[in-house]
Ligand binder design. Sequence first.
Ligand SMILES: NC(=O)c1ccc[n+]([C@@H]2O[C@H](COP(=O)([O-])OP(=O)(O)OC[C@H]3O[C@@H](n4cnc5c(N)ncnc54)[C@H](OP(=O)(O)O)[C@@H]3O)[C@@H](O)[C@H]2O)c1
Length: 163
Amino acid sequence: MQKLIIVAAATNHIIGKDNRLLWRLSGDMQFFKAQTTGHAVIMGRKTFESMGRPLPHRLNIIITRDMSYAKENCLTAHSLDEAFRLAAEHGAEKAFVIGGGEIYRQAWHQADVLYLTRVAAALDGDTTVPSPDGDSYWTETGRTDYPADERNEYAYSIIRYQH
Ligand SMILES: NC(=O)c1ccc[n+]([C@@H]2O[C@H](COP(=O)([O-])OP(=O)(O)OC[C@H]3O[C@@H](n4cnc5c(N)ncnc54)[C@H](OP(=O)(O)O)[C@@H]3O)[C@@H](O)[C@H]2O)c1
């Protein structure tokens, strides 16, 4: 099973504020949906609560320390390792770590592939991810740039990194 991270971050590495996202990027949402549909998605409990419902057509795995936590149509794990194990046991070919900051940090040097949407703005927020640039674990293998338009608040680049 391939382990992947998918994240969108501002130029100053901010990914969220007050448990919500900071931009409306329709192109990035389409990319996220196309990549993750049919696969496992692994997320921290706070990210799940900010979405409020499981993502359709995906195996949703929530990581929490709360041993009694249970949500309809979701699996619960109590560590990142357990989440990957559950995804593999359920036959997932790909397991995407989809946030948030705490979970990205733990997965950063465990994944095989990183999809980073770099949002062309420095924004104020309270949650960050590390930078793959200058990190010998990650090698950039592809990049596509997109302009801002009426459906995308900022210009952005989707960058693929491989371990
Ligand atoms: N830009 C993006 O691509 C993107 C994507 C996703 C999320 N986000 C943003 O990220 C922010 C949320 O991130 P966050 O760092 O605050 O929270 P988070 O990573 O979503 O969730 C943190 C929670 O995960 C659980 N957890 C973490 N490590 C664990 C471990 N080793 N074992 C068991 N449970 C563990 C704990 O849940 P319990 O407290 O229940 O024990 C912890 O409180 C929001 O602003 C959201 O909008 C951005």
